[in-house]
Design a protein around this ligand. Structure first.
Ligand SMILES: *[C@@H]1O[C@H](CO)[C@@H](O)[C@H](O)[C@H]1NC(C)=O
Ligand SMILES: *[C@@H]1O[C@H](CO)[C@@H](O)[C@H](O)[C@H]1NC(C)=O
Ligand SMILES: *[C@@H]1O[C@H](CO)[C@@H](O)[C@H](O)[C@H]1NC(C)=O
Length: 210
């Protein structure tokens, strides 16, 4: 009998607990949806949101709490932007990650066979990096891959940061890469798994498949 009684009390308590959890979860979900939607659309979706933002209790909230909230919003705001995983992956790619010059708030998208040696040396020079290495991780340059995803997203969408790219006339760039790479057997093997030097037309066929 005692056992039964205990069981009933327990299950009552359990039911209450479940009800409470569900209510809290629903409230939380509702609030979250509201906040996210408002942030995304930058509009007040509910008639009482206008009210709630001017209600006296917000005035009572201390300055410190407000600052904390703002800080938290700032930390979270990279989630507002949509940027594909693939794009992030490419920005962080080991060999091609764009150069970051924090002092000038610059993100520079360099390209191979488009004066990249020149640009890398220039960025070393203006930052006082005295380094003979240019094309590897010992070149002393900061790249996007050393930032975490949220930081990258925020920098990419922040208008105070200049995003720049240097391009070259494509046919000239193609010829330049042919002269630079296709005449070296070991490079052709390394890059294209073709263990010989190739003619220009072969080169065109090969790069089509890359
Ligand atoms: C750069 O470093 C080399 C040695 O690594 C040194 O001989 C040279 O004077 C340095 N140049 C500058 C401008 O500091
Ligand atoms: C944008 O960058 C500037 C300079 O780094 C910084 O002061 C500002 O807070 C950033 N803005 C956002 C929305 O992150
Ligand atoms: C590439 O060819 C050279 C001869 O031209 C040969 O010595 C070398 O082993 C070859 N490398 C591969 C990976 O097949």
């Amino acid at each position: 009998m005692m056992g039964n009684c205990d069981l009933t009390t327990d299950s009552n308590r359990f039911a209450k607990l479940v009800l409470m959890s569900v209510t809290i979860a629903m409230c939380f979900f509702f609030l979250l949806t509201k906040v996210v939607l408002q942030k995304q659309n930058n509009v007040k979706l509910f008639p009482w949101s206008q009210l709630s933002s001017t209600q006296p209790d917000t005035k009572i909230r201390s300055k410190k709490q407000n600052e904390e909230m703002l800080l938290k919003q700032r930390e979270d705001n990279c989630r507002d932007y949509r940027i594909s995983k693939q794009a992030i992956y490419r920005l962080k790619e080991y060999w091609s990650s764009p150069i970051v010059v924090p002092k000038y708030k610059l993100i520079f998208f360099w390209n191979e066979k488009s004066a990249c040696t020149y640009w890398k040396k220039l960025f070393q020079f203006i930052q006082g990096i005295n380094n003979t290495e240019v094309h590897n991780h010992r070149n002393g340059l900061t790249t996007l891959k050393s930032f975490d995803t949220c930081e990258i997203i925020k920098m990419m969408y922040n208008e105070s940061w200049v995003k720049a790219v240097f391009v070259r006339e494509p046919r000239e760039r193609l010829l330049s890469s042919y002269l630079d790479k296709a005449h070296h057997q070991h490079i052709m093997y390394q890059l294209c798994r073709v263990n010989r030097t190739v003619t220009f037309y072969e080169f065109l066929e090969i790069i089509k498949t890359l």
